[in-house]
Design a protein around this ligand. Structure first.
Ligand SMILES: [Fe+2]
Length: 178
């Protein structure tokens, strides 16, 4: 008998995943899953950009409030990283692939970066606050679309929670500007 246990066959056998496990874990039928996944990925691109901007300002802040703002932005960029990670994993849960390269993040984002510019502290904080507000608008819009067109209460709940985190971060930034 011919030996079929070639390297390739063994590999395929070992890594075979049952068909049903490849399906998204969200049971509800989507009207247009690809559209929702695209919008989640656009949001992910902006979240990633804001994470990067917060990290940049954490590194480059100067002035009399250096220590407190440096520490404050340390907390905020860690919070942003957790939020980016959770959002990317939500994309997997609804059956998509989160974008995961700098190229895609840059292409998909709509928030502005200012390479080579190191504004004074209040301008940095106001810039971050404004981006948090832009992301809130984006989340609200996605939330409305899911409520109207899809049947995915889990994603609605996820986005509401995400929105509240941005509201909280924007409030913390604003409180230091007044
Ligand atoms: Fe640091």
């Amino acid at each position: 008998m011919k030996n079929t246990a070639t390297k390739e066959n063994i590999k395929r056998e070992t890594f075979r995943v049952p068909e049903k496990m490849l399906k998204p874990v969200i049971a509800s039928p989507y009207v247009d899953r690809a559209k929702v996944i695209d919008r989640f990925n656009s949001l992910l691109a902006n979240e990633f950009l804001l994470f990067t901007k917060t990290l940049n300002y954490h590194w480059n802040v100067t002035g009399p409030r250096f220590h407190s703002i440096h520490e404050f932005l340390d907390t905020q960029y860690h919070d942003m990283l957790k939020l980016v990670d959770d959002l990317a994993e939500r994309v997997r849960q609804i059956g998509g692939n989160p974008i995961g390269t700098l190229n895609e993040m840059k292409k998909g984002s709509t928030l502005l970066e200012r390479p080579g510019k190191y504004p004074e502290t209040s301008t940095m904080l106001a810039d971050l606050m404004s981006d948090h507000e832009s992301i809130q608008i984006q989340i609200r819009s996605l939330l409305t679309q899911i409520e109207k067109e899809q049947n995915d209460p889990g994603s609605e709940d996820f986005l509401i929670n995400l929105l509240k985190q941005h509201e909280n971060m924007a409030w913390m930034l604003k409180s230091q500007l007044n």
